[in-house]
Design a protein around this ligand. Sequence first.
Ligand SMILES: Nc1nc2c(ncn2[C@@H]2O[C@H](COP(=O)(O)OP(=O)(O)OP(=O)(O)O)[C@@H](O)[C@H]2O)c(=O)[nH]1
Length: 433
Amino acid sequence: MPYEAIENGQHVGMSSEYLALVAKRLGIELALEPTSSWRETLEKLKQGECHLSPMLNRTDERNQYLTFSQVYFYAPNVMVARKDQPFLQSFEHIGPRVMAVAAGYRLHEYLRNHYPNIKTLAVSTERDGLQAVADGQADLFVGSLYSINAYIQQDALHDLKISGWGGPQDELRIGLSHEVAELLPAINQALLTISEEQHLQIQNHWNNLRIVENSNRRLAWQIGLVTLTVILLLSLWNLWIRRYNLKLAEQNQLLEALRHELEQKNAELTYLSSHDPLTKLHNRHYFDHSVLQDNRNPEQLSRSLILLDIDHFKTVNDTHGHHIGDRILRELADVLRQCVREHDLVARWGGEEFIILCHNAALQDAVALARRIADTLEETRFSLDLPISCSFGIAELETMEPMQQCFERADQALYNAKAQGRNRICISEESPP
Ligand SMILES: Nc1nc2c(ncn2[C@@H]2O[C@H](COP(=O)(O)OP(=O)(O)OP(=O)(O)O)[C@@H](O)[C@H]2O)c(=O)[nH]1
């Protein structure tokens, strides 16, 4: 631009208006063959894939495959440099500087033929050439004043300046492939009928108005792009946060399940460490720690200990096997659970020996409980209908007496019961002085 471009599939720019005028005068319709670069346009003309191109300079090379109309548009060429570069009079003063030039343009051919020593950087479009100078890839760009003016404004290349004349001015013509060369006289005639006023109108139209429009459109695109990028980044951020929270919730759930499992295992461990696995009664460890270490407080109510031991249990095991012995132990535990009061504490002391702490029970209360147990044993039908009896030793905790001492008295009483023939209750009357 401002020469020509394709916008939304339409040919626009000065060139399109000149072509429209010519086509109208000739009474013909022209079909657009879109190309993306000047090189491609020339190649299609060469191959006969299209028949006409507007706004071409005549060169020796192009003369081989094109026929040219008369000149209908003159455009000066200029050199562009960054603002910190000096002004250069002409191509003679370029020195070792690198000059960007649009590949396939007449100027490219002109430089090659007349200034082979100038270092050139071939770019696809004039716009790319200006950008190459702005980016420092080239020191200069040479091209049409009209295009350069437009692109500097559109792309806001404010660090660039016109730094000198860029060779002979462009003399632009319509180029026709030889196949349609017979149209040439009519085209020349049509070009002659374009008035000075129409020329001016076309140039003003595309040199001012469109630039402003494009510039705004470019800005709008840039703002739109930045907004879209921000929206995209925010969406990605939200997605990431949502995924992170989901993962966190999963981890928390897992942690909660583990905590629950740990609590269960702890409860199991506590149970196992304080209970006898066979009878499910409290075990000796529990009883020892929670009761025997506890010395009597004078203000507490009376308490008694009962120790009981199954009579001739070895015979049960020896005669009927260990598993029957186990069953008898479990059945005896059930009897004890059934006979004691809820605040009494029953434990398996070891082997076939059990202990009961009777709370709020004086000696006679403990004796009554032992009798109840002995009676229940007689009435209970144990496995294999075996008759099961126990010997009992009982002691009441005296004021200020250590629990351990009371236990030893009960143990002695139990020993006495065994010694006196078993299946009986013996009492430790009082603690030794
Ligand atoms: N089945 C079984 N037997 C046990 C268990 N713990 C200890 N015993 C048995 O209990 C028996 C205790 O035998 P002894 O100490 O001689 O006592 P006893 O035969 O009951 O005789 P007295 O107590 O003197 O009446 C032994 O045969 C032990 O093997 C157990 O958990 N299961």
